[in-house]
Design a protein around this ligand. Structure first.
Ligand SMILES: [Mg+2]
Length: 188
């Protein structure tokens, strides 16, 4: 699949969490429920070795709905990070957007605010960054921020919102590792 013409190696990657890095469990709030998707650990190790800054950007409306506290979402994220790298420190920054969909949103995707703030803090331009996610709100946030955007569409799962993905012109990849292999120009 072709890359955008302006492609250059990424310096930053923004990851959606559920359905992108880990198995999607609705309103997951228990660390023992974290299951990495295939290839994710390997891809993250490769990105770390390449010096790419990694960010976690997750909508968690279960907090705004009163289903679980912010601390539970943080515990899930800590488990994710520990599974990715026992040494920790995988993510330069994490955004947990707690709003319900019907609430005014500060950071909830499709708002690109977190991406834009992090790029400014890192003194990066959007062309140096990617947003990876499995939902339309991920792709919309990436597009709104002007970063490269990839759809994670596992072969094992029914593709989400394929029409919206096509409308946005977002290229699908079967997983994060498949994307990373493509980015590096490796055969996958
Ligand atoms: Mg997701």
């Amino acid at each position: 699949m072709p890359h955008p013409p302006a492609f250059q190696p990424p310096r930053a990657v923004f990851f959606d969490r559920d359905g992108t890095l880990i198995e999607h469990v609705p309103y997951l709030h228990e660390p023992e429920g974290v299951v990495l998707l295939p290839g994710v650990r390997e891809a993250v190790a490769g990105l770390q070795a390449a010096g790419v800054k990694l960010f976690l950007f997750t909508n968690q409306s279960g907090i705004g709905r009163g289903m679980f506290p912010l601390s539970a979402a943080e515990a899930v994220n800590r488990r994710l990070e520990a599974l990715l790298d026992p040494a920790g420190g995988v993510f330069t920054a994490t955004c947990i957007a707690p709003e319900r969909p019907d609430e005014p949103s500060l950071y909830r995707k499709p708002s690109p605010r977190f991406i834009l703030e992090m790029l400014a803090a890192q003194k990066m331009v959007p062309e140096q960054a990617w947003m990876l996610g499995d939902s339309a709100v991920d792709w919309e946030a990436g597009r709104a921020a002007g970063v490269h955007t990839a759809a994670i569409v596992p072969e094992s799962a029914a593709a989400k919102e394929p029409l919206r993905r096509e409308e946005l012109g977002v290229v699908p990849y079967a997983g994060v590792l498949e994307w990373w292999n493509r980015v590096q120009g490796a055969k996958s």
